[in-house]
Write a new protein. Structure first.
Length: 239
């Protein structure tokens, strides 16, 4: 009987301790949120060092005390391995992030279907971005794919060029001509979805071009070669 009673007391103690920790974490989250209005706190977890909490918000990672009196920005380095634990954690958060292609405004994309079109990728791209032009040359090498190209003019002077492409009689040809052959588009002013696309990109924390989104929601930022695109396309199809 005494053993059962001790076990029950221990379990109740752990329950209340856990419940208290959750309550404290919720309070801490509210205190942090005050400093980041309109931003989502993606992650909040206690670290094993110095009693600090790790906070992920707005694509950034920082640390705070239990009362959110101080924010610490910088890298936590494991002195034994010389590895940045901050970088590792940031990569984990980025790898876990997902955007479903169907949630994007596909009606505002330049759609390209090659072969059977079974594999799908969405690309946020800027016509003035040199890496975007190189990516287009890699995409040419791939077949059996549907590409949703979202004009994302975030570089200086890109809005004018993106407008000329969108307002061309044949958007697809104008895009390929400019990105692959350096032929300037001839489209005039018209109503475009560019401001909407910029808002969508900002909402999804797309901070650079090119950014590729695959059918499983996985996100790859930057230029990658055709063989890596193929690998990601095939991997996404299996999920």
């Amino acid at each position: 009987m005494a053993l059962r009673l001790n076990l029950l007391i221990s379990l109740l103690f752990l329950y209340f301790l856990s419940d208290s920790a959750l309550a404290d974490e919720a309070t801490l989250k509210k205190l942090i949120q005050i400093h980041f209005p309109g931003e989502e706190i993606q992650s909040l977890k206690k670290t094993p060092y110095l009693g600090l909490y790790e906070v992920a918000v707005g694509g950034e990672l920082f640390y705070t005390d239990e009362k959110a009196d101080y924010f610490f920005f910088g890298h936590v380095i494991d002195t034994k391995t010389k590895v940045s634990l901050t970088n590792e954690r940031l990569q984990e958060i980025r790898d876990a992030r997902r955007i479903t292609i169907d949630s994007l405004p596909l009606e505002h994309a330049i759609k390209t279907v090659k072969g059977n079109g079974q594999r799908t990728v969405a690309v946020f791209t800027d016509p003035h971005c040199p890496y975007c032009k190189q990516l287009e040359k890699e995409l040419v090498k791939i077949t059996d794919i549907t590409i949703h190209t979202f004009l994302y003019p975030v570089l200086n002077g890109s809005v004018k060029r993106a407008t000329e492409i969108w307002c061309s009689d044949d958007k697809h040809k104008a895009w390929d001509d400019y990105m692959l052959r350096d032929i300037e588009p001839t489209g005039k002013d018209c109503e475009t979805p560019l401001s909407t696309l910029v808002q969508v990109g900002q909402k999804h924390k797309i901070t650079g071009t090119p950014t590729l989104i695959f059918a499983d929601g996985s996100i790859v930022g930057g230029l990658i070669p055709a063989d890596k695109i193929e690998e990601n396309l095939n991997h996404a199809m299996k999920k």
